[in-house]
Design a binder for this molecule. Structure first.
Ligand code: ZN
Ligand code: ZN
Length: 655
């Protein structure tokens, strides 16, 4: 009984003072419970001042709100004559809870108490509660009471009214309240500003922001968040740069904005700057940074963030845990992904889906389906993302009939309407198994117009099974949807080459010229010493470019010595054979692998992320490189992971 001994040995003058100071120093609910039993035993529970102090301390203690509120309520209910201050403390506690309506009912009870007067604080709290529960009619009633009680010109109350009307969706009324204020302070400005941002009226927010006589960090952060959440990164970044004394909220908003718009390298660069500026990141920052790490495959940086979370003893809650599971999965470290997942003490549908998706993308289909069964047995309802994972798992391990069962169960069993992605997966499953007619039937019978993904999956299957006729049909549809994507022409051209229909290959080239096909810019990134290096095809911008090209030349020689012949059919430009070979040799993933071979320790694994589907030639070259240089290469392309080891790939050449 640590608290008791402190109380009895303290040097403060009176017992009341001792209790007050111990309450002040307690941060844990368990200590507060001990103090409570002490004050009951010593009859100090009749001292409103002490009880109020205890109540307030409970709400600011670090324990979770789910246990403290009911306890505080029992304490409150035991007080025979709570004063205004105690009523307000309790009303405020409910305001920040899941149940803000309870604030209102407490307020109604308080009004019925004889000799207890409501003050401006009670009124502003209850107005906020009405706003949060979007209880429009009660809100208006309280507003009338405010006027009757003569609090109409109170700054606190006017500010609460602004927020309340904005939450009701009456931003114009909120603005009227603001206009009627004789002397709005910074808080009232900030409240209106935040409400404009929340409802998406960014130009009104900007107008108000420009008019503000004073701005504090809250005002700047509100504007940064406003532009960032609309994807207006340029404006957000300018505001961010102009903000002096940036805090964790400013950094979090801007990093989240870059991570969300998939400008992940910029997000990671900013995170680095934030660390240099000595700002301790919070959970929200961590989640954004992990998302950026996953996007570019920055495993080293992701691990560093994980260590930072553990070092700072940040609780790994659902969101953070899911972000870690997802990051490790996307960075090719599926073992760590599973470790984090297994350590999470609570898992929701997002956590399960991230795990299932990761396992499926790594070709661990059986394990992914096992996880799905466990999820169902734990009574977690799957959503559409879960089913993309489940169907991809079936596709990667070739489970056609099981795939059908899962696909049909979506609607019938779980009330999840299949979307385009699910049809795409199903077409892929059928196509891979060679059931081309069935796949074609499924596309034809789709209740929504098939998209390019479904047709491309079908075309890929036609290629594997060398069905020129169905491939042509697929291409007509695919090119209608995506006339400018070069990959579609490459696929068809490969099919014609395989069937030795050279005249058709020539036709395709002509078509591409006529409609001016732009090559989708392929890029690959690789992480070395926690820094992500990104390369495009024929990239010479890297400071170590000279060495990289020497390495590429060496690679190409050693490849040719093993009998490798470049698959020039993948190049559609009207080049001669030699030029085609040259173009292939500088594909972004080859540059990335050359750089990794140069800059990492012998035998260490190489992880590369490619934004598009890996081409046939790079896939062949990577298989050979894994053997020649004795390296495991993990390549993530747009569709899946390829683990190249000892001359072969985990995808078994089907991707
Ligand atoms: Zn390539
Ligand atoms: Zn592969």
């Amino acid at each position: 009984m640590r608290v008791w001994s402190v109380l009895l040995n303290s040097h403060a003058k009176t017992i009341e003072q001792k209790v007050m100071s111990v309450i002040q120093d307690s941060t844990k609910l368990v200590h507060l419970l001990q103090i409570h039993s002490f004050i009951i035993k010593t009859s100090l529970d009749r001292n409103n001042f002490i009880v109020a102090k205890l109540l307030r301390r409970i709400f600011s203690s670090s324990s979770s709100s789910s246990t403290e509120l009911p306890y505080a309520r029992s304490l409150f209910d035991a007080i025979s004559l709570p004063d205004t201050f105690i009523w307000n403390t309790m009303i405020r506690a409910y305001l920040n809870s899941q149940n803000p309506n309870e604030s209102l009912s407490l307020f109604v009870q308080m009004r019925l108490q004889q000799g207890i007067f409501v003050d401006s604080f009670s009124l502003s709290l209850v107005l906020q509660a009405c706003g949060r529960s979007t209880d429009c009619s009660n809100g208006r009633t309280i507003h009338t009471q405010v006027l009757k009680l003569g609090f109409g010109c109170d700054l606190f109350i006017q500010t609460a009214l602004i927020e309340m009307y904005a939450k009701f969706g009456h931003i114009d009324v909120a603005h009227n309240v603001f206009d009627e204020m004789t002397d709005p302070d910074l808080v009232s400005y900030n409240v209106l500003l935040a409400e404009y941002v929340r409802v998406g009226e960014i130009s009104s927010a900007q107008e108000l922001f420009d008019k503000m006589p004073d701005k504090d960090l809250v005002s700047w952060n509100t504007m940064i968040h406003g532009y960032a959440s609309r994807g207006e990164l340029g404006v957000a970044k300018k505001l961010f740069d102009r903000t002096c004394e940036k805090d964790v909220v400013s950094w979090s908003s801007i990093i989240a904005a870059y991570a969300k718009s998939r400008q992940s390298n910029e997000a990671l660069r900013l995170f680095h700057e934030m660390q240099v500026a000595n700002i301790v990141p919070d959970k929200i920052t961590m989640v954004s940074v992990l998302c950026a790490c996953g996007d570019v495959g920055a495993l080293g940086m992701g691990k560093m963030v994980h260590e930072c979370i553990e070092r700072n003893r940040i609780e790994i809650d659902l969101k953070l845990g899911t972000a870690l599971v997802d990051m490790y999965g996307k960075c090719g470290d599926i073992d760590s992904s599973m470790r984090v997942f297994n350590q999470m003490n609570k898992r929701d549908v997002f956590a399960w889906s991230a795990m299932i998706m990761g396992l499926a993308n790594h070709g661990l289909g059986e394990l992914a389906l096992d996880h799905f069964s466990r999820m169902i047995s734990e009574e977690i309802k799957p959503n559409d993302v879960t089913f993309i994972g489940v169907l991809s798992a079936c596709s990667h391990i070739g489970l056609v009939d099981k795939g059908w069962i899962y696909f049909k169960s979506m609607n019938d069993g779980y009330g999840v309407t299949p979307k385009l992605e699910h049809y795409g997966c199903m077409v892929d499953i059928l196509g891979r198994a060679g059931r081309l007619q069935e796949a074609r039937e499924l596309i034809r019978s789709m209740p929504i117009a098939p998209d390019a993904i479904a047709w491309r999956a079908f075309l890929g299957a036609c290629r594997i099974y060398k069905n020129v006729e169905l491939a042509e049909e697929a291409t007509v549809n695919l090119l209608e949807l995506e006339p400018h994507v070069d990959g579609n022409y490459v696929l068809l051209s490969n099919i014609y080459s395989q069937a030795k229909k050279w005249d058709k290959v020539v036709n395709i080239r002509r078509m591409m010229k006529d409609i001016n096909i732009q090559k989708a810019p392929g890029s690959s990134s690789v992480e070395v010493d926690n820094a992500v290096h990104e390369f495009v095809a024929a990239d010479k911008s890297h400071p170590q470019s000279v060495e990289i090209y020497q390495m590429l030349a060496e690679m190409s020689n050693r490849l040719k010595n093993t009998g490798y012949v470049p698959l020039t059919a993948s190049v559609l430009q009207d080049f001669d054979e030699q030029e085609k070979e040259k173009a292939l040799a500088v594909h972004s993933e080859k540059i990335a692998v050359a750089f990794a071979l140069l800059s990492t320790a012998p035998r260490s694994p190489i992880r590369i992320v490619k934004n598009l589907r890996v081409c046939d030639d790079c896939h062949l070259a990577f298989k050979l490189i894994s053997r020649i240089y004795d390296r495991k290469i993990v390549l993530r392309d747009r569709n899946r992971f390829h683990h190249f080891v000892g001359g072969s790939c985990s995808c078994k050449d089907y991707w």
